[in-house]
Ligand binder design. Structure first.
Ligand code: SF4
Length: 368
């Protein structure tokens, strides 16, 4: 399997916790940026001619903020320049407050068949505090437009003042509105973002409080029929994100657009994070890659187990042996030490459900 990731870096305003590559106030550059993106698609398409790609993920930023004609143009260009497998999964990220029926109709006509909606919380005061541009009513309007579609909703944990009741109200809402998938993840206060001050002031819930909100949310999602397939991802049967599963299976992907990263032919590479530099490079006929490294066998082995242990599918000893010709439990002596955190089923090892939230501590042991 292989995927295509496209980055659309424009947003209406910067959320207080955001350290993604997103540019408020630069929407005026959307036309020029998209023209560069089409060019990058064409050049990379030539490079990977004959290779099949199974998923396309249009992320950001806020892809739904640009004129939908650019998304239609982008999908047309991808169809012309890349070979997509039959029935590809094509996802677009959208933020409530930037969507209308016309946009969704254009996306669907362009082949989009999965939508990822950034709700975060159903508490309007918290949305405001996070610097989100929308309120709960905007999410409801967006979800109503997506009735019957395959859509995911983001739920954030660890927001200032967030209670169990807030988490319940948020999960109840996405469930009632028919989301097929939920990404429930913890807010990470990154240095340099406005919310970092709240973190330093001790105003955000601490690790134990977030873990308890996660446990509560996980149980509620289970009650509503959302099965956890990765630490932060839950879905109704058959609605797992194929694009993300490819990442966790260490599949190949090509990333296009400013800041996008790729993993192709055993090499990881990343485009520049600077919007102007990205456009200048593309217009001058260069790939805007700023970092590139061959992944050696040792790192490849670690990536394999680290990614697999994040999911409910776990590490298959047979798949590992097929990839590297050795036994992963022998390659990683930490396995013996950490055994109590694992459950085994056939040749598969996975982290026990109750330890999943602390998987990072467990995986650190394997880094030696
Ligand atoms: S919508 Fe997403 S990408 Fe844009 S500023 Fe907010 S968190 Fe960042």
């Amino acid at each position: 399997m292989a995927g295509i990731y496209i980055h659309i870096p424009f947003c209406k305003q910067k959320c207080t916790y955001c350290d993604f590559t997103s540019f408020p106030n630069r929407l005026g550059f959307a036309e020029a940026y998209m023209a560069c993106l089409y060019k990058e698609v064409a050049e990379r398409g030539k490079m990977y001619k004959g290779r099949k790609f199974d998923t396309v993920y249009i992320g950001g930023g806020t892809p739904s903020i640009v004129d939908p004609k650019y998304i239609a143009g982008l999908m047309k260009q991808i169809g012309n320049c890349f070979t997509l497998s039959p029935g590809p999964e094509i996802t677009i990220e959208m933020n409530p407050g930037t969507v209308d029926a016309h946009k969704i109709a254009v996306y669907k006509a362009a082949g989009v068949n999965r939508f990822s909606v950034g709700l975060q919380t159903a508490n309007d005061e918290q949305l405001k505090d996070l610097g989100r541009i929308h309120d709960t009513a905007d999410f409801v309007a967006c979800a109503d437009l997506l009735k019957g579609e395959n859509f995911s909703a983001d739920v954030m944990l660890g927001i200032k003042g967030q209670t169990q009741e807030d988490v319940k109200a948020t999960i109840d809402l996405v469930h009632q509105k028919g989301a097929t998938h939920v990404s429930m993840y913890a807010l990470t206060p990154e240095d340099g973002t406005p919310i970092y001050t709240d973190y330093l002031n001790g105003e955000l819930p601490d690790g134990d409080e977030v873990a308890s909100l996660y446990d509560y949310g996980r149980a509620l999602l289970k009650e509503y029929g959302y099965l956890r397939y990765e630490v932060s991802n839950f879905c109704k049967t058959g609605y797992g994100s194929r694009h993300n599963l490819n990442y966790w299976k260490r599949g190949e992907y090509i990333g296009l657009g400013v800041s996008a990263s790729s993993f192709m032919d055993g090499k990881r590479f990343t485009n520049t994070f600077d919007l102007d530099e990205y456009m200048k490079c593309i217009l001058s006929g260069y790939f805007p890659v700023i970092e590139s490294e061959d992944v050696g066998e040792k790192d490849a082995k670690f990536e394999f187990i680290m990614l697999a242990l994040r999911t409910v599918f776990g590490v298959s000893a047979a798949a590992y042996k097929k990839a590297f010709g050795s036994d992963w439990r022998e390659d990683f002596p930490a396995y013996e030490r950490m055994k109590q955190y694992f459950e085994e089923e056939g040749d598969v090892t996975r982290i026990k459900e109750e330890y999943l939230y602390v998987q990072n501590q467990i995986l650190t042991e394997f880094m030696e």
